[in-house]
Design a binder for this molecule. Structure first.
Ligand code: SAH
Ligand code: SF4
Ligand code: F3S
Length: 451
């Protein structure tokens, strides 16, 4: 059997796509390896979201070519969003053997039959219907507890800064019954958590001859599989997150109380230029609706600093919104101009790089302070965590997430001496994949330290 090695960049959807690719390639006679040097086929599943994401991958392609110098029969494949966006450059200038876009992974076996050194193969056709619904991904997570399931592909929003609609094509939802079947299957194999993935999960809609399932309906169905199967999801769009979804979350114990709700900017003027289709007030109202229904719900976000024409006043509005909401955590980025997007074609990328970074650093400093506040507010509380395994920093500690997505660390055993008096009664309930109750004693801005 031949061996395939894949490096994955970008979002969680790409992680899941890599699992789909492993599955397709297994049928074509390729076994997965984690050692690049022993692979016959070396691939990168790529991301185009910001320029620095692409720069990293050009560097990796150089490394792949070094490998090919030593072993000329090794094939180099670039798949994913960058393959879609930069097909010609990849083939002509960078001489890769395979270029395959996000909707064309089923062609891989055919392309691999045809490819040989000097005769590259390409398929970057986008599809209106491909969801890989029938393919069982080869799980690549390390703990066997938490699995990602894609529920839709593509995106129909045209946020003016974003390359995703061009690299991933039109939005389409996956057959609900195949999603439920996949979730049942991973549960049967011992998984305790599924994360439903889409660029905009709130617009999930599946229609068959007999039924229509929206995102709230899908959440209920997946949560109904088993009371000890946790359900998470990402990403929610502020313009679309519905009261129905919030109500289903609030009333269902095993749907985790965490919403990733990217705000991008606190300035309504910026939001209009970004074509986000909501304004500051709307966003704040959605946050209030979430907190009214679920006072303990974790809320995280994405923020972009220095978008086209952003003034100091706009920037101040972002800071004040972050102050007001108090996000648990945020992904924060300097705006990166992407070729072909609406902003690239019609607006000036006019905030100088140093100024973007200065604003970004202010945003990061504020968020660090807010994260610490949010984590501190948990001290003294008792939380239910799903045990994932030993903590990375200290193997004597275990780690696991609370429903609100905060990472908790806690001792793996009772304190020294206690177990000699009597057997540790909770030991079994602290195995990976089980639920346990912890009390929060202390924290950093990213971890709750518990007993
Ligand atoms: N579908 C999700 C986000 C997908 S991309 C949503 O709509 O929220 C993840 C994040 O990358 C975005 O939320 C945004 O904050 C950031 N991002 C996207 N394009 C960017 C760009 N051109 N420059 C900087 N950050 C960008
Ligand atoms: Fe990009 Fe906007 Fe779609 Fe998110 S919703 S993927 S930011 S276009
Ligand atoms: Fe990147 Fe494509 Fe995901 S651009 S963020 S890998 S959808």
């Amino acid at each position: 059997m031949k061996k395939v090695y894949i490096e994955t960049y970008g979002c969680q959807m790409n992680v899941n796509d890599t699992e789909v690719i492993f599955s397709i390639l297994a049928d074509a006679g390729y076994a997965r390896t984690e050692v690049m040097e022993e692979a016959d086929l070396v691939m990168a599943n790529t991301c185009s979201i910001r320029d620095n994401a692409e720069q990293r991958i050009w560097g990796r392609i150089e490394v792949f070519h070094q490998l090919r110098k030593a072993r000329p029969d090794v094939l180099v494949g670039i798949v994913g969003c960058m393959a879609e966006r930069l097909k010609d450059k990849l083939l002509d200038t960078h001489k890769v053997d395979l270029v395959v876009g996000p909707d064309a992974y089923r062609s891989l076996p055919r392309l691999l039959e045809a490819v040989h050194p000097g005769s590259p193969q390409i398929d970057v056709l986008l599809s209106r219907s491909e969801t890989y619904a029938d393919i069982t991904p080869v799980r690549t997570d390390r703990n066997g507890i938490s699995a990602f399931i894609s529920i839709m592909r593509g995106c129909n929003n045209v946020c003016s800064y974003c390359v995703v609609p061009y690299t991933r094509g039109a939005e389409r939802s996956r057959d609900a019954s195949t999603i439920v079947r996949e979730a049942c299957d991973v549960y049967a194999r011992g998984y305790k958590e599924v994360t439903l993935l889409g660029q905009n999960v709130d617009s999930y809609l599946w229609k068959s001859a007999t039924e229509t399932v929206n995102f709230a309906g899908l959440l209920s169905r997946v949560a109904a599989i088993a009371p000890d199967l946790r359900v998470r999801f990402a990403t929610s769009h502020p313009k679309d997150i519905s009261d129905e979804v919030i109500a289903v979350m609030a009333s269902t114990h095993n749907i985790c109380k965490h919403i990733h709700l990217p705000v991008q900017s606190g300035s309504s003027r910026m939001l209009a230029l970004m074509r986000r289709k909501y304004d500051r007030e709307w966003y704040l109202e959605r946050v209030s609706a979430i907190r009214r229904a679920m006072p303990d719900c974790g809320i995280t976000t994405d923020v972009i600093a220095g978008f086209c024409s952003e003034t100091l006043e706009d920037h101040a509005a972002t800071l004040s919104l972050m102050e007001e909401v108090g996000f648990d955590w945020a992904f924060m980025f300097a705006y990166s101009d992407r070729p072909g997007t609406l902003a690239n074609r019609t607006m000036q990328d006019d905030v100088p790089a140093e100024e973007k970074n200065r604003r970004l650093n202010e945003i990061i400093a504020l968020q660090n302070r807010k994260s610490l506040e949010r984590y501190r507010a948990q001290i003294g509380r008792t939380l239910e965590v799903l045990v994932e395994g030993p903590s990375k920093r200290d193997p004597a500690m275990l780690c696991g997430r609370a429903s609100n997505n905060m990472m908790c660390v806690f001792p793996a055993l009772l304190p020294e001496g206690a177990s000699s008096v009597m057997p540790d009664p909770d030991r079994a309930s602290r195995r990976p994949g089980t639920y346990t109750m912890v009390r929060v004693l202390d924290c950093t801005s990213a971890t709750l330290i518990c007993e």
